[in-house]
Structure formats: structure tokens, C-alpha cells
Design a protein. Sequence first.
Length: 226
Amino acid sequence: MFKRYAKMAKAFTKIGREIVIAVKLGGPHPESNPRLRMIMQNAKAVNMPKANVEGAIKRASEKDSSNYEEVIYEGYGPYGVPVLVECATDNPTRTVASVRMYFNRANGALGTSGSVSFMFERKALFKVDSTGLNKDDVELELIDYGAEELNWDDENHELIIQTAFTDFGTMQAGLEEKKYNVKESSKIFVPTTTKELTEEQEVEFMAMIEKMEDDDDIMAVYHNLQ
């Protein structure tokens, strides 16, 4: 139970930082700020209370609130697996030192900008409640909004939509216009190739990833481990 609460608290912290960035860039009104609408959907998906979301928006609107900067660090984990680390921080010096530590302790290395990003493509991802949707009709409709890949997760009653990064806004607007129940949306990095490790090596690599994901400054970690 405590582990679950700790995970929720970390998710709330990270969403709070995303709200600050969105409000600083596009204002506090979700109806005119698509990025803020996206984050509010994601907050709902992790059961973040509405009061917490509204409080974060209010704090972000104040002049003396923290300013968070989006930074992506690149490097190689153990066994040469390329890794992208997406951060939101109010202290890049602290954050880069932490990221370097995670790499070093796992026998990896922090790289320079561009050292591994060429092995990934930027994509947009949407998760939609698939209850009552007709597959044929939906697929035809969503292609018009830029859908590149559609995966139906019948177990979780979700439709997972992937688009080009540049089509994020088009798809978001289309789903809103057609009143789809969007559960979550994000901008992600997808590897263009994958790397295999032994089971023992994979455990070692994933231990580094878990430590990174526990860091409040780190929003997401991407790699190409198969």
C-alpha cells in the first residue's frame, strides 16, 4: 500500500511540474491552452484530485512561482544501450549531476547532445476509451487526423493511437471535436532499432532505469532495449 502511495505522490509531483510549464507557456485557461488540457487529462488518469490540479494551476499563475525548464539528456546505459532522459527542473546543475551519477553507477556514461537522439523518433501517443467504438469506422476517421498506428487493447478497453509528433495538435483537436473519451496523451520517443540483452544484463539495466524514474526531476526515460 505504501509503495503504491509513494508512486502516486511521484506522479502528482511530475504532473505538477508539467502544469507549471504549460501555464507559463500558454496561460492558466485549459480551453485556450491545449498543452494544459492534455496534462489535466493525464492527471485524471492517475487519479490526481481536482483540487490538486486547480491548486497547481493557481500557483503556476503567480509571479513568484518556480520556473521549470525542459531538458533532455542523452547517454549510454550498461552494455551500450542508448538512453534519453527527459527532465523538468528548476536547477539544471543539480539535475545533470544526478543523471550523470545514475549513468556512472551503472557503468554507463552521460553523452553529449545528439549522441543518441538520432536513434529515436519523436511521436505522439493517445489512449482512448474504446468502449462502444466501431473499429472500422474509428480507423477510417482517425487516419484523417494523422493516425499512423492503431492498437486495440481489449483487456483494458483502450484504443492506443500513435501519430507523427507534428500531428499531435491535429489529433488532439479531432478527438475533442468527435468527443472521444481521451484517457491519456503524451509526446514520446520511439527507438528506430532495438537492442537485446541477456536476462541478467536486462535486470542490471532496468535497475538503472528504475532509479532514474524515481527522481522527481526526471519526467520520462526512453531506451531501445527490446
